[in-house]
Design a protein around this ligand. Structure first.
Ligand code: 4NP
Length: 156
């Protein structure tokens, strides 16, 4: 299975979602390929935001090796599931879909945790460390829910 996490800049939310899922894939020896991208091109080539890099260490997840890239149509061919962090990004991804099959790959990540509620991962970019930590903890729970929902892990 191949999973792509997508936000706006690919420097805050999606690299952290990517980091958590990679961490759990390694921990549980799962065969899932993980990457992340942004719908915008503002930060292409950059490392994740310094606040997210610093705070992710407190949770034992390193995202330092990631570099921002922009979502492209080829991602529909290269990934099985495309998780959007919010509805704006979901709509921007869906606008690029070529087929019904492309569209069906696109999901809101938080629907894994709260089915059918269409909740969004808040953008922490203009926020505080506390906002970044809330996002990190939300993404931890959402990535666990994803693996549990597909029975790739079991509850302890
Ligand atoms: P992200 O956060 O979409 O979670 O990576 C943002 C990063 C940068 C900007 C907005 C959101 N920006 O406007 O530059």
């Amino acid at each position: 299975m191949r999973v792509l996490m997508v936000c706006l800049g690919n420097i805050c939310r999606s690299p952290m979602a990517d980091g958590w899922l990679r961490h759990k894939v390694k921990l549980h020896d799962l065969s899932i390929e993980v990457d992340s991208a942004g719908t915008a091109n503002y930060h292409v080539g950059e490392k994740p935001d310094h606040r997210m890099r610093r705070l992710s260490q407190e949770y034992g997840v390193s995202i330092d090796q990631l570099r921002a890239r922009q979502f492209s149509v080829a991602d529909f061919d290269n990934y099985d599931i495309i998780f959007a962090m919010d509805q704006n990004n979901e709509q921007n991804i869906l606008r690029l879909a070529r087929t019904e099959n492309d569209k069906q790959k696109v999901k809101l990540l938080l629907n894994e945790l709260h089915p059918d509620q269409d909740l969004e991962v808040p953008d922490p970019y203009y926020g505080t460390d506390a906002n970044f930590k809330e996002v990190i903890e939300l993404l931890d729970r959402a990535t666990n829910a994803f693996l549990l929902n597909r029975q790739l892990i079991t509850k302890q």
